[in-house]
Ligand binder design. Sequence first.
Ligand code: GLU
Length: 481
Amino acid sequence: MESPIRVRFAPSPTGDLHIGTSRTALFNWLFARRYHGQVVLRVEDTDKTRSTKEYEQSIIESLKWLGIDWDEGPDIGGEHGPYRQSERLNTYKYYWKRLLKSNHAYYCFCTPEELEEERRSALESSRMPMYGGKCRELSDTEREKRRLSGQKGVIRFKVERDDPYEIKFKDLIKENINISSEVIGDFIIVKADNMPTYNFAAAVDDITMGISHVLRGEDHITNTARQTMIYDALETPIPMFGHFSMILGTDKAKLSKRHGATSIEEYKRKGYLSETIINYLSLLSWSPGDESEIFDIEELVKKFSIERVSKSPAIFDLPKLDWLNGQWIRRIPVERLTLLIEPYLTAAGIDTEDHNVQKISEAIRTSITTLAEAPGYAKIFFGDPEISDDTLKELREEPSIKVLSLFRDRINEADKLDCDSIKELIKGVAGDLKEDGIKGKAVYHPIRLALTGLDSGPELFSVIDGLGQKRTLSRLDKAIG
Ligand code: GLU
């Protein structure tokens, strides 16, 4: 049986995909996939001055990068299209004419100066600024006269005033919500340029696209109130609503640029994995109810439930995101890690030809937090290590020289070098040196210094594996002199 669930995500293409919007997209997607429902991608581009095709493209790419897909949308079409609001003007026109005819909407010709004056005087007398309804009273002939004389005018929704009432809606996440119609002024549904406003277009789209659940941020609660009035006026059933709590920085202020990168694109560029971002977004006000916190997208589809989405604000905590990225870097298959690391090495000017980048990725994966850190750690595998004269001198004295010479011979004799045999080889060298009283750090440190010029770094066996036999020998020879 076809699932009755149809959700949508409705980004405005006025910027790259934001953390908050992507959390909304993910939760809608998880909810739909969990219950075999459908996902609609709708582009809300009625703000002609701020919307661009480039941002639309960038949002689509970020969603795809995250692994979020949709069943209908501007790029793939569908039965309820078009899926860009700028292409749906005929639909809006049909509905605003209906609202005008049923007397739920009216033309307003108030000038910006008049509205500003009204606002100022309301504020001065401590009243909430709200459109006073002057043009409600215009007669039909007066209205026609003004329109024919070229006055543009807007269309406003007529909020019931004489008999104020409670607008009520069930919320799947917050407490059920009641808002008095008294606090809502007659709001604009069609602007002077004949473009619908967000509230009107979104309501019409949700109706005509058959959306069953509207899940979005709590900053839209007052919009939900306006939209339910439009549903009522058009005599259509009201979908289920759910409002996610806000995402705050660790200082409890609303997440903004001040807290660091806010777009998915920026995190991608900085070398966070899509697995990490999905995992991290899922934990922004949702939890599975136990201690576990590392999940991939398939596990999330199985675990996610709207009942476990919290009412309290979510805190965006960068150190936690970094920790999670480190976890995912260690978890993904090394083949995938290698593909992800390569472009960072190239961008850092590292020539990877003749090198086994997969082994290098394996060696550094436990040290890095982001892919962008990879070149810094991978450097040790390319070119010659920088070893100071003092260090060289030390390496050529006892006991280091003994360690290096024995180690060099064993590497030279080895006919197979993989992680296991290298571990065995190092163990063998350490065992033999014990007889001379050389052990622990005295064994490992000179080898590390000779091979990398550094005091610390990836595990020694993985360094040797990454370098390969020839380079390991050549570095040892140079150190031994
Ligand atoms: N275009 C709106 C936004 O980006 C979507 C609001 C909604 O989901 O209705 O905030």
